[in-house]
Design a protein. Structure first.
Length: 423
């Protein structure tokens, strides 16, 4: 029988606190440690969650009592830290993104393939209600052949200042200027995960140079990346012949919903979302079977009840104007929707706060189950590479005025490595 997981949570900032209780409660996990360069943060975590402190990342990698690490450090550090951990023989859970460097993603894939260690990235988009709904309807054939989809991650910089100040202190603006497409997976995952095996073949992108705050974006040292763009939108040519438009926006007069699919169309059906309402359309069967040149009608269904938390759906039905204001204020962030497969979660998770629209529980459970079974997490490196790499190339395209760039694809997982059932 495989030994239980003993995991070190690396980085005790504003985000990781949501996940320590989930690791502690999971039946596969025996021990949780925490680590941060700022010793006071580690102490706070230790006292709040009743966990031990490991002095440093290096100490965690060198410790025989730790067999897994969960990386919640700054975005640009993920790739190199994952590589170090895999080389040290540790199983790895990583916050988003996998890496801001394509060579690092390639190296991670190579190491995972060679070592068969568990790697799982915490991409919330995979388990958001619309992504699950679209995945299931696409599998049923509702949409026919995919033609076009749009997804967005709208997170205005003015609503991230505290987070960047927490990690960057006086230099927070230099960190905040990270290219939007260095953080693409919240939106790419919501489209690409609906169609197993589909990947981007070519990308073209344009960037917006309008800034919400001075001295954050620019090419004269304003940030560590010489990034001039606050927003970037890319068009992806997909391997199945369809097109996806992905927008990563950090200068947008909008708070919530933040991450969503606005449109998803196929030859036989379509889906649209706007603020509070989800709709699904499909050709009327009798019109298609009629076989004449007369216009074909559609069956239009409101599927909002399946895709919204119950409390929010009740508000939509009783007072729509109140509901949309509540949604705009971030309501439902910790709640699940009926379409999400909560029955598969360990009973120990009942009552533990959730986040990102009910996705946190699934992500940690996936990592722990993958570790215990030796199977691949649904958000494994091969899947993650297909969500991450197009964004990195999109930034290069935008810097060159939209020049098309072929997308590197790392292929599918090894045939003998089974992927966990996400349902």
């Amino acid at each position: 029988m495989k030994e239980k997981m003993r995991v070190a949570v690396i980085g005790c900032g504003r985000f990781a606190k949501n996940f320590v209780p989930l690791f502690k409660a999971h039946p596969v996990v025996e021990k949780v440690y925490v680590c941060d360069l700022d010793k006071s943060r580690a102490e706070d975590y230790s006292q709040k969650f009743d966990v031990d402190i490991i002095d440093s990342f290096e100490a965690a990698l060198n410790s025989d009592k730790i067999n897994a690490v969960a990386i919640f450090t700054q975005r640009f550090q993920h790739g190199s830290m994952v590589i170090e951990a895999l080389k040290a023989g540790k199983h790895v859970y990583s916050a988003v993104p996998c890496s801001v460097d394509i060579d690092e993603i390639i190296e991670i894939e190579k190491l995972v393939r060679e070592t068969r260690l568990t790697y799982s990235m915490g991409e919330t988009g995979f388990y958001r209600a619309p992504a699950i709904f679209l995945r299931e309807e696409f599998e049923k054939g509702t949409f026919g052949k995919f033609t076009y989809g749009e997804a967005h991650y709208n997170h205005d910089l003015r609503n991230m200042i505290q987070s960047f100040k927490s990690s960057g202190n006086e230099d927070w603006k230099k960190f905040a200027g990270i290219p939007p497409m260095y953080y693409p997976t919240h939106s790419t995952a919501m489209v690409l995960s609906t169609m197993p095996g589909v990947y981007a073949k070519r990308v073209t992108a344009l960037g917006c140079r309008v800034a919400p705050i001075d001295n954050v974006y620019g090419e004269k040292g304003e940030n560590f990346y010489n990034n001039p763009f606050s927003n970037t939108s890319m068009l992806l040519e997909l391997s199945n012949g369809g097109i996806a438009r992905i927008s990563e926006n950090r200068c947008v007069g909008w708070r919530a919903p933040e991450t969503y699919v606005s449109q998803f169309y196929g030859t036989d059906g379509g889906y649209e979302f706007s603020v509070a309402k989800h709709h699904l359309a499909s050709w009327k069967k009798e019109d298609v079977e009629r076989g004449t040149d007369d216009p074909i009608r559609v069956d239009m269904k409101d599927v909002t009840k399946m895709l919204m938390p119950e409390s929010i759906y009740e508000e939509i039905c009783s007072d729509y104007n109140y509901a949309i204001q509540h949604i705009a204020d971030g309501a439902g962030f910790k709640e699940t929707s009926p379409v999400q497969p909560v029955k598969r979660l360990p009973k120990e998770y009942y009552g533990i706060p959730n986040g990102h629209n009910g996705t946190h529980h699934f992500l940690i459970d996936d990592f722990c189950r993958a570790y215990a079974t030796g199977k691949l997490s649904p958000t494994n490196i091969w899947q993650v590479a297909r969500w991450n790499i197009p964004g990195l190339l999109a930034h290069q395209s935008a810097l060159q005025g939209g020049v098309p760039i072929d997308v590197i694809d790392l292929g599918n997982p090894p045939e003998d490595w089974e992927v966990l059932n996400w349902k």
